[in-house]
Design a protein around this ligand. Structure first.
Ligand code: DP6
Length: 334
């Protein structure tokens, strides 16, 4: 099955004809507390395991899409993006799935409120916002589940960015991926805070797609990963239900470390940490030993993301002066 076939199933005969002059969509970035790491189908971004994330509220992507003539045009934060760039080619090949006619071209204007230097993957909120904008432009009226599946075809983690708050992406088992979508979980933690620590904004040496593939194929530790995830998902959901922040933090940190450990045992090895990454991890452990309730998680890059409850914010800022604090459920909510 190709992406195109999955799109045909989801659109179920809906027209590829603009219903209005332009479409708009907005989606939050998300950070996984239990990671998506490894695909059972690379064409459709079907994961080996389920995963669970929290969306970052105001931090994310807003996208406007409209038909245009000549060639696809892409603008990012108000600046034109070169057609040959990785960013524009990945976007255009996704848009190929939705062209009403072969010569049809799109103009895409996308704005990220995530500071690019924060090293936060923008592909999740980017593809989610793009799919919402396409749904608006074409007037499909798709349900959130279908939108999540469409976003997944652009980037796996984008399936989760369709929703706010805590979100679970079900791995599913179907070959066509129709049961692999995200859903919001019914928990709100207005006091939850995330802290972004930028260690390096250099391009990462290995993209997550290649890192996942390599790890799945060559790391002897990968076979433990689905076992770890099955356990962590249960415990994270217990923690969410009970409102147990420390349990959530412990599992999220342990899950991230286990994900990075699978990469270390791959060949060629995958190691995203820089010396400063390790220094920040030690710093978290030090201040936690002194009683601060702070945990970390990390994705396919060197940057560290902190998890802490609202009341720890002054102490966290004192220990990590460069931290950028995010309130996933809204700053005024707590
Ligand atoms: C480490 O969703 O970027 O951030 O499906 O190939 O686009 P593709 O991968 P992507 O991978 C995200 C990996 C992660 C963990 C996570 O977000 O769950």
């Amino acid at each position: 099955l190709k992406k195109r076939d999955a799109v045909a199933i989801l659109l179920a005969g809906r027209a590829l004809a603009p219903a209005k002059a332009e479409g708009r969509g907005a989606a939050a970035a998300n950070i996984a507390l239990c990671k998506y790491w490894g695909k059972r189908n690379e064409e459709l971004n079907l994961p080996i395991t389920s995963s669970l994330s929290v969306s970052l509220g105001e931090l994310g992507t807003r996208t406007r899409i409209l038909p245009c003539a000549g060639r696809d045009e892409v603008a990012l934060n108000g600046q034109p993006v070169a057609a040959r760039s990785k960013f524009a080619t990945r976007l255009s090949s996704f848009l190929d799935l939705f062209r009403p006619a072969a010569e049809f071209r799109f103009r895409v204007e996308t704005d990220n409120s995530i500071p690019t230097a924060a090293g936060l993957a923008s592909s999740a909120s980017g593809f989610a916002a793009l799919v919402l904008a396409l749904n608006d432009l074409f007037g499909w009226g798709l349900d959130p589940r279908s939108l999540s599946i469409l976003a997944r075809l652009g980037s796996g983690s984008a399936a989760r960015s369709i929703f706010d708050g805590f979100v679970e992406w079900h791995a599913g088992a179907a070959a066509d991926g129709m049961d692999s979508f995200a859903e919001p979980l019914p928990y709100e933690w207005p006091d939850l805070r995330m802290g972004l620590l930028v260690v390096s904004s250099e391009a990462k040496p290995v993209g997550s797609r290649e890192a996942m593939r390599r790890t799945r194929r060559t790391s002897v530790l990968y076979e433990a990963w689905p076992i770890k995830v099955a356990h962590d998902l249960v415990v994270i959901k217990d923690a969410l239900r009970e409102g147990d922040f420390d349990l959530l933090g412990r599992v999220a940190e342990s899950n991230a470390l286990a994900m990075h450990a699978t990469g270390l045992a791959a060949w060629p090895p995958v190691l995203y940490w820089r010396p400063a990454t390790v220094a920040q991890m030690h710093r978290v452990w030090e201040v936690r030993d002194r009683g601060l309730r702070v945990y970390f998680t990390m994705d396919a890059g060197p940057n560290v993301k902190l998890l802490f409850p609202r009341e720890e914010e002054p102490s966290v800022r004192e220990s990590f002066p460069d931290v950028q604090v995010v309130a996933p459920f809204g700053p005024e909510a707590g």
